[in-house]
Design a protein around this ligand. Structure first.
Ligand code: UD2
Ligand code: MN
Length: 348
């Protein structure tokens, strides 16, 4: 015992010392761990905008992201000029029998699903081009070939809608155009609508496809009629009305089946509203009509004069507000929106 006791005492004190050291390090570890937990919670739950002052790395990171965002958001574009610098005037039109849809698509890479807008300025008008159609594919191809670059040179935001009448009942151009107006407005709040025959190709790009204070008739003359106005009040072929003007006249009548009269009916509606039809100068409002014969299923409408006699009585209840149809398909093709509709058949 005498020999062991000082060693034993030392060992016993040493043991306490080691125990003390151990507990201190456990406490220190717990404190550090808690600190880390709190810190990481603060980082993850803090809103990203709240910067901890002095955290220079984070400040640098956020100014870097702000700069990146600023770079990737384009500056606001100026309005396109009143007169586009891209206009060429009288055009040399071609109608090559070898032309293919693929060629027209690759000529118009800037067009997506029938829609285009200038990249370097904000267009002054948003315009929907409505083309009533059935079995005139070749004419449609020529029109797309000329119209897309023509409209792009005019620096407008536009989309082309082709409204196809399904089935083989008598053709109804006017009702198809009412459908086009309503379907196009589901996509975008277009300012202006161009009602466009499939076979008429504009010859001069100063003939602007935009709307005015009054409804506009864009065809003063065409090749087949010696470029003279058909008759006073003629409103066929290609015309332009704002969304409001067209709504004000309740659109076209739905009751003109077959060839003729529907364009005169629209003119009468316009006149009833005390609006006045405008036309561009004759040397500009020129068109080439691709040659065609009368289509089967679009025979002359023998009732057209009778119908024209009652426009004033019926326009309020025959038009956009009574146009019933069934959309069979809506395909977004590269160069146009293809809307196929069942518009019914004439009541007999
Ligand atoms: C004139 C008018 C047209 C319209 C029509 C009488 C001009 C330049 N045009 O055209 O606007 O008033 O008389 O209804 O004065 N269509 C088809 N498939 C068919 C039938 C017609 O796609 O089977 C479309 C096509 O867009 C065509 C338009 O309807 O351009 C007018 O038919 P049209 O070209 O046979 O009649 P047209 O030239 O006498
Ligand atoms: Mn025609």
């Amino acid at each position: 015992m005498g020999f062991c006791s000082p060693v034993f005492k030392f060992l016993r004190r040493g043991k306490y010392f080691v125990l003390l050291l151990l507990s201190l390090s456990v406490l220190a570890w717990i404190a550090t761990f808690k600190g880390e937990m709190v810190k990481s919670f603060q980082v993850s739950s803090a809103p990203t905008q709240t910067l901890v002052k002095g955290d220079s790395l984070r400040e640098k990171f956020s100014s870097f992201t702000a700069a990146t965002i600023r770079l990737s958001t384009p500056p606001p574009k100026a309005d396109c000029p009143l007169e586009s610098p891209l206009l060429q005037g009288a055009l040399q039109l071609t109608f090559e029998s070898s032309l293919k849809l693929k060629d027209v698509e690759s000529e118009n890479k800037g067009v997506s699903e029938g829609e285009y807008e200038p990249s370097d300025c904000t267009a002054r008008q948003n315009v929907a081009i409505l083309i009533p159609h059935r079995s005139r594919e070749r004419h449609l191809l020529y029109l797309l070939h000329h119209l897309h670059p023509f409209l792009q040179r005019q620096q407008i935001h536009y989309a082309i809608y082709v409204i196809q009448q399904a089935g083989d009942a008598t053709f109804n151009r006017a009702k198809l155009l009412n459908v086009g107006y309503m379907e196009a407005l589901k996509d975008y709040s277009w300012d202006c609508f161009i009602f466009h025959d499939v076979d008429l190709v504009p010859e001069n790009d100063h003939n602007l496809y935009i709307c005015d204070k009054q409804p506009k008739h864009l065809v003063v003359g065409r090749n087949a009629t010696g470029y003279k106005l058909h008759y006073k009040g003629y409103f066929g072929g290609v015309s332009a009305m704002t969304r409001e003007q067209f709504l004000q006249v309740n659109g076209f009548s739905n009751t003109y089946w077959g060839w003729g009269g529907e364009d005169d009916d629209l003119r009468k509606r316009i006149e009833l509203q005390k609006m006045k039809i405008m036309r561009p100068p004759a040397d500009i409002a020129r068109y080439t009509m691709v040659f065609h014969k009368r289509d089967s299923g679009n025979e002359i409408n023998k009732d057209r004069m009778k119908l024209l006699g009652r426009t004033q009585q019926v326009w309020r209840k025959d038009g956009l507000n009574s146009c019933s149809y069934k959309t069979l398909s809506l395909e977004r093709m590269p160069l146009y929106v293809n809307v196929t509709v069942d518009i019914g058949k004439p009541q007999s």
